[in-house]
Ligand binder design. Structure first.
Ligand SMILES: *Cc1c(COP(=O)(O)O)cnc(C)c1O
Length: 429
């Protein structure tokens, strides 16, 4: 791909007069890697087609929403059929029940759920529910875990065990941020210390059980076990944010993979197959605290949207086909092994993390365990790698702090091309 192809450049210039930074979501602006973003005309399977008509192999896959690849025929057909029957009812319909029933069967910790329109909304609502149900204000999150852009969650720790939160965005009242306690991921000692001191004030602990929003980080099993135990003892609610990992790392999500049952789960991305949808659910007695059956208010004009439900039902049907996850695992494993091989033959020890079809190559020779470790990566080298891949029509997320996604529409040939490019890049630097 030409570095700044003409049509895309023109469109981006125009977009910059219309949208802050030229985009409707910040990371699309290529801020971390430099250069202008390309514009997408259409997409099919593993590839995006740019306005210039170039086919780009896509490992972003709408940031993990598309496990089947772009414009999967079954999803497209479900959307087309539903569109002619109406796009929003503002009243109950059968597709809501059908998708909820599927989700409940596949993720048994979800006894009852509610549909919303995005992952952010799911998390925001789950936190409100946890606070309402416990009568407590404090929430605990981990540095580098992203849970959408709700006020309470855009908070990052200073140093120290559990500092009172300092917002890492403008526009967040300090009075609100002080209720968010942050800890480093995977740090059992600091978790113990926080609960020893203020466990009885903690409404909930939220985490990405498979962090993907600081690149793929492996959760230590003793860390997850301790989280479950401490929250149970202190009457705090454990929320697994599976907006990314749900139906991605296993059919039953991270909770199936790790065999840990959270009290609440948030979902998004894959359950909408590329349409705007999120969900949160868990223990029935907890979910019944929501309006109209309980005192915690939550609502949405487009929630349970029939187009989104139809797309989700079609996607969940596809991923339950026999062999779906083993085929995806084989592709992802091939990519991981190939990249590891390329790293080894370059004589360096850059770290590769993968769980299921989420993968990150960290330009760090020390194995990253948390957000601070990721901060020690060679970001210049990452940018060069990103640009080299893009010049060869391979698109990975434009930040070291992200996971790449393999979809079921990627081919062995495409995986091998990616490995080959990585090999020659690493030989040259
Ligand atoms: C993407 C994501 C969100 C936010 O979802 P949106 O649909 O972008 O609002 C929340 N949590 C996790 C873990 C995510 O990956």
């Amino acid at each position: 791909m030409e570095k700044t192809a003409s049509q895309s450049k023109e469109l981006f210039d125009q977009a910059c007069t219309l949208f802050p930074g030229g985009v409707n979501s910040p990371v699309r602006a290529f801020g971390a890697v430099g250069g202008d973003p390309f514009f997408v005309k259409e997409a099919k399977g593993s590839c995006l087609i740019t306005e210039e008509g170039e086919s780009v192999l896509d490992y972003v896959q709408s940031w993990g929403a598309l496990i089947l690849g772009h414009a999967h025929p079954a999803v497209v057909e479900a959307i087309q059929q539903q569109a002619s029957r109406g796009t929003s009812y503002g009243a109950s319909h059968k597709l809501e029940i059908e998708l909820a029933d599927q989700i409940q069967k596949l993720v048994p910790s979800i006894e009852k759920l509610r549909f919303v329109n995005s992952g952010t909304e799911a998390v925001m609502s789950a936190i409100r529910l946890a606070r309402g149900a416990t009568g407590r204000d404090k929430i605990v999150k981990f540095e580098g875990c992203y849970h959408g852009h709700a006020d309470s969650l855009l908070v990052k720790a200073g140093s120290g065990a559990a500092t009172f939160g300092v917002p890492n965005s403008g526009g967040i009242p300090a009075d609100l941020a002080q209720h968010t306690l942050t800890l480093p991921f995977n740090d059992v000692a600091k978790l113990d210390a926080l609960f020893a001191e203020s466990g009885s004030e903690v409404a909930c602990v939220i985490l990405e059980p498979v962090p993907g929003n600081m690149g793929v980080i492996h959760a230590r099993s003793e860390f997850l076990k301790q989280l479950r135990e401490l929250t149970q003892k202190s009457g705090s609610i454990l929320i697994f944010d599976e907006v990314m990992s749900g139906f991605r790392v296993a059919l039953g999500g991270a909770q199936e993979h790790f065999k840990i049952k959270p009290d609440l789960t948030t979902l998004g991305k894959i359950i909408g197959a590329g349409l705007p949808v999120g969900a949160f659910g868990g223990k029935a007695e907890l979910m019944d605290q929501l309006a109209p059956s309980g005192p915690v208010y939550q609502a949405g004009t487009l929630s349970g949207n029939p187009l989104a439900m139809a797309a989700g039902i079609a996607a969940l049907k596809e991923i339950q086909q026999p062999g779906f996850y083993s085929q995806l695992e084989a592709l992802s494993d091939r990519l991981e092994k190939g990249i590891r091989g390329a790293v080894e033959s370059s004589g360096r020890s850059w770290q590769v993390h993968r769980l299921g079809s989420m993968i990150t190559l960290f330009f760090n020779e020390k194995d990253p365990q948390n957000f601070d470790d990721v901060g020690e990566c060679d970001f210049d080298l990452f940018s060069k790698y990103f640009q080299t891949l893009l010049q060869n029509n391979v698109f990975i997320p434009p930040s070291q702090y992200e996971a790449w996604f393999v979809s079921s529409s990627h081919t062995v040939k495409e995986i091998d091309k990616t490995i080959g490019l990585t090999q020659s890049f690493l030989q040259e630097v």
